[in-house]
Write a protein that binds this ligand. Structure first.
Ligand code: MLT
Ligand code: ZN
Length: 458
């Protein structure tokens, strides 16, 4: 519950219009894309780093939780205020501050929508590769907090590969900068990498410096259809083994195809049992050569049809369909447990087979799609009721199989609250304890996004 004296001080720091406590707004900031929810006591909307610093120093003195939030598109509960407190929302810190074309960097506030930055730099012949499926809504601050991946990670890497430096407010209120604006810097510990992916538990990011690349000259997109998901998974591994690195290599299984076709009222695949989308980029002569080789590999690997998408509306429609799978799955069942397991690229077919066996054993519908090029599959257990105990058992079995195959339980969505119970399956007690000691050193009173990553902070 919010003490009136705390509310008064928040209003003094942020101005009356910078703080909300109406029931409607509390509900609007209570959930993310996991469908988990918990009401905050108040929503704070800072406009400056000084305000963020004052809020954190005050929270640290008064010992109330602060939960940073971008657009609430997270997939592991990272921005859900499970212990109440104040949600710190960055919608008023949403400016692209600078695009330095000569040094190929951009500087932005955390509330900038990722797709807006992509579009702005592309209009200048530059390229910001990280491309989460939710790029039209998600924010850079959230991407940094979770180290978001996305559709182009197979060739270009993930958010941490592009963040050169940050401005960060520590949970005790100090404002620090990390990294540099240069291509290289090894001055001290790499605090940038520590903060990226720390899920809003170690500091609040208020400014982000990212590296940009030249915009690739040409892009070619292929879709390929298969008789089984096993064929599609093997074909994906064959493309990767051919020494061509596509900029996207996405797999969609039958249930996901039917769901998205239903959702968009569009026939994408003419009844195929699985689909791959493969996209290559680079100079025009290279992309033409590479796409012809990829088409050949896919056909030899058993594709029943391979077709290329025209640049423009046809390609956009294809990617729109891919990006719509996540919401489209709700046309199958009202609830889903969405995992983002990752295995070595050569083991995609193996893990999909194991998941299929687990689905049969527990009599569950499990839908798979995602970034086959990274070995990163979104495994969705479709449910009428999330509390079904056998779903939890199935998740545990899936994670055990992933780890046995040399993978990781999360490729891009983070641990948050949804995977906290399973983190000890992947990390040793000593590794967990080292992480908790870092948390305690930076946030001695455990006020910043408490309850995330670790089931208990001690
Ligand atoms: C995606 O790749 O579509 C996103 O990570 C969302 C999801 O996993 O549902
Ligand atoms: Zn994804």
């Amino acid at each position: 519950m919010l003490d009136p004296a705390v509310l008064k001080e928040l209003k003094r720091i942020l101005g009356a219009d910078g703080v909300s406590t109406t029931p409607e707004e509390l509900v609007a900031y209570s959930y993310d894309a996991t469908q988990r929810e918990a009401l905050p006591w108040a929503v704070a909307r800072p406009q400056t780093v000084a305000q963020v610093s004052q809020v954190l120093a005050f929270a640290n003195r008064e010992r109330f939780p602060v939960v940073p939030r971008g657009a609430g598109t997270g997939m592991s509960g990272g921005s859900v205020p499970t212990q109440g407190g104040v949600v710190l929302s960055f919608e008023r810190m949403n400016r692209i501050l600078e695009i330095d074309e000569e040094n190929m960097i951009a500087v932005a506030e955390p509330g900038v929508v990722t797709g807006d930055l992509q579009r702005e730099v592309e209009s200048r012949g530059l390229f910001y590769p990280p491309d989460p499926a939710s790029h039209r809504f998600c924010t850079l601050g959230g991407n940094v907090a979770e180290c978001a991946g996305g559709l182009r990670a197979v060739k270009y890497g993930v958010t941490k590969d592009y963040v050169l430096g940050l401005e960060v407010v520590l949970p005790t209120g100090e404002i620090i900068t990390t990294g540099a604006r240069t291509a290289k810097s090894v001055a001290g510990y790499d605090l940038t990498k520590l903060i990226v992916g720390s899920e809003g538990t170690l500091g609040v990011v208020t400014k982000i410096i990212v590296k940009l690349l030249p915009l690739p000259e040409s892009v070619l997109t292929l879709s390929a259809f298969f008789r089984s998901v096993d064929d599609a998974a093997r074909a994906a591994s064959k493309v990767l083994a051919s020494r061509i690195i596509p900029r996207a290599l996405e797999l969609i299984d039958q249930a996901a195809l039917r769901a998205v076709e239903n959702y968009l009222k569009e026939d994408l695949s003419q009844g195929a049992a699985a689909m791959l989308i493969v996209e290559v980029d680079g100079p025009a002569e290279t992309t033409e050569r590479e796409s012809a080789r990829v088409a050949d590999i896919l056909t030899k690997a058993g594709a029943t049809r391979v077709q290329s998408a025209d640049a423009g509306p046809e390609r956009e429609q294809l990617w729109k369909a891919r990006r719509s799978i996540s919401p489209a799955l709700y046309t199958i069942k009202p609830k889903k447990i969405n995992e983002d397991i990752v295995v070595p690229r050569s083991r995609i077919a193996d893990i999909l087979r194991e998941i299929n066996d687990i689905a049969k054993h527990y009599d569950l519908l499990i839908v798979n799609f995602g970034h086959a090029g990274d070995g990163n599959i979104h495994t969705n257990i479709m449910l009428d009721d999330v509390d079904l105990p056998k779903a939890g058992e199935a998740v545990k079995k899936i994670f055990a199989a992933v780890l046995r195959l040399g993978g990781s339980i999360t490729g891009e969505h983070g641990i948050g609250i949804s995977k906290a119970p399973y983190l000890p399956m992947e990390l040793s007690p000593d590794a967990l304890s080292a992480m908790k000691r870092i948390k305690q050193a930076l946030d001695p009173n455990n006020i910043l996004n408490p309850g995330k990553i670790f089931l208990n902070a001690e």
